[in-house]
Design a protein around this ligand. Structure first.
Ligand code: HEM
Length: 208
């Protein structure tokens, strides 16, 4: 390595990255096709999956793929997302977080409290979307449920999808906002500087 090249730490393995991007691609397809079915004002989005009929056929299958892919991702990262007392302190200092005064915050490990909370929001949303989605899946399952349950499921499915879409918008915004994070999920590596600034405890543990 040349002297002026930054030193790097691996943050995500190739398998973890493929797993994440399969989940993300499924999410984009599901959000767009779901919005198409949600309201006629967005029906132009049917084009994403090749028209109305294809959307109704493909959306639930892509949903199952996203759930399975996310399940593997969530099991991989579960143990990194336990909240501890430093995370509670981090949340209390939201002013310092938003003003980039990272030096005043408790030492952050692999993920900060915001990332951890969003992780569990994702977990809850994905489980609810799967359960309500199965009830609404007319071709295979709806016949087993009374109409009231199917109606309730449609409502919950739409509300939870709204929460997840907002959550993922925050996730993407944060990924772009914290320069160097996208590179972690595309190339797999972060610089020592990035790690020391944003995740100092994880940095110390990684270079041991
Ligand atoms: C669609 C665009 C998306 C982009 C640009 C994106 C970007 C990123 C980036 C840069 C990271 C690394 C953050 C870090 O290491 O500090 C990350 C982590 C992660 N992403 Fe995404 N992501 C996207 C969609 C999704 C979706 C749809 C899901 C799940 C439904 C998801 C779940 C996760 C999880 C679980 C992590 C690990 C964080 C943790 O365990 O707390 N991402 N993402």
């Amino acid at each position: 390595m040349k002297d002026d090249e930054p030193q790097l730490i691996e943050r995500y393995t190739p398998n973890e990255r493929s797993n994440h991007w399969i989940t993300a691609i499924c999410f984009i397809l599901l959000a767009l096709s779901g919005l198409a079915m949600f309201h006629p004002a967005m029906s132009w989005l049917y084009a994403v999956l090749g028209g109305g009929q294809w959307t109704r056929i493909l959306h639930p299958f892509i949903g199952v793929v996203m759930f399975v892919s996310f399940l593997i991702l969530a099991l991989r990262f579960w143990h990194h997302n336990y909240l501890d007392k430093d995370d509670i302190q981090w949340m209390k200092q939201m002013g310092d977080v938003l003003n980039n005064r990272e030096d005043r915050l408790p030492e952050i490990g692999r993920y900060n409290a915001g990332q951890k909370l969003l992780f569990f929001v994702m977990v809850i949303c994905l489980v609810l979307l799967l359960l309500t989605g199965i009830v609404m899946w007319r071709r295979y399952f709806s016949a087993y449920f009374p109409i009231e349950i199917i109606r309730l499921s449609s409502l919950v499915h739409a509300a939870v999808a709204f929460v997840l879409i907002c959550g993922i918008i925050i996730h993407i915004y944060a990924a772009i906002w914290v320069k160097g994070s996208i590179g972690a999920m595309t190339r797999g590596y972060v610089t020592w500087g990035w790690a020391r600034k944003h995740h100092p405890r994880w940095f110390r543990e990684s270079i041991k």
